[in-house]
Ligand binder design. Sequence first.
Ligand code: KG4
Ligand code: ZN
Length: 337
Amino acid sequence: MKDGRFLTLGIESSCDETAAAVVADGRDVLSSIISSQIEIHKAYGGVVPEIASRHHVTNINGVIEEALDKAGVSLEEIDLIGVTNGPGLVGALVIGIATAKALALAKNKPMVGVNHMYGHVSSNFLTYKNLKPPFVTLIVSGGHTDLALMEDYTSCKILGSTRDDAVGEAYDKVARVIGLGYPGGPKVDKLAEQGCDSLAFKRVTLEKDSYDFSFSGLKTAVLNYANSQRQKSLKINEADVARSFQEAVIDVLTDKALKAVEDLKLDKLVVAGGVGANRGLRRRLAAECEKKSIKLYLPDLAYCTDNAAMIASAAYFKYKAKGPDNLTLDALPNMAY
Ligand code: KG4
Ligand code: ZN
């Protein structure tokens, strides 16, 4: 506690970012430190789990110290430690969990394990101080593409999910096909601004009324287009590929998300996850939600991709609803919602 405020230390190490943050009352970020390993994994075209774990071990204590320093608080003043315990890379998760347990035990503090996906949704609570469930959330990240009804802070009902590739994964693969490198999402996003939807890839909507998604056909269509151009020694217009792919993704995400909000007779749409940083998606959702008088919530760009402030927020709400976890907390690499 400091100045009457409940302080949560969040710890995140589920993939290739080692992050720590201090958040007051579940909503106000006092510090958010992220040590990214992107430069290290770039050479391999994607995250190498064993290398990620080793870097988490090296970085985690320094990142936590920096988060406390920047927030101007001591470990004694922290009221709760929240740590991602799934889903994610098992060897990466255990580093954050072991650190959280050690701190909780040494300082006699309560600790909770956080579902990384609830963390992404909670990134919105940091930006919108009055946002409360229920709402429909569109979760778009490197590993997930889900439409869900967030019933309260700690429970959600999945309405639909991807049946194959996650949208971020499809972005990263398309980026590789057109030679943009890793991580591809932001690069495709940038290049798409200069292109046109000239290739008009098929929009895969699956069965009428289904909230599920499928992006592997679109990914293959991009691959086939690039291969056939190369075989014929014809030029590939990378900007048009990026734009055409992106428009096909945005059309489907926007239609299904808005339909879910209307079907459930709600009035809020909350976006979460790394692909939520996509400029084209943000613009389109804003335009379509305005037409339908749906309130749109987009996380700050700083909290779209992996960070620990969102984990601290989710931890605060989970602790208030369900109390602490005990020290048997384990990594759950395939943790469901
Ligand atoms: O949520 P996140 O940081 O990590 C996971 O939990 O998966 O999401 C990472 C994903 C990557 O696939 C990355 O390429 C994608 O988000 N991404 C983007 C953008 N920024 C990050 N995709 C499209 N446009 C962006 N601006
Ligand atoms: Zn994430």
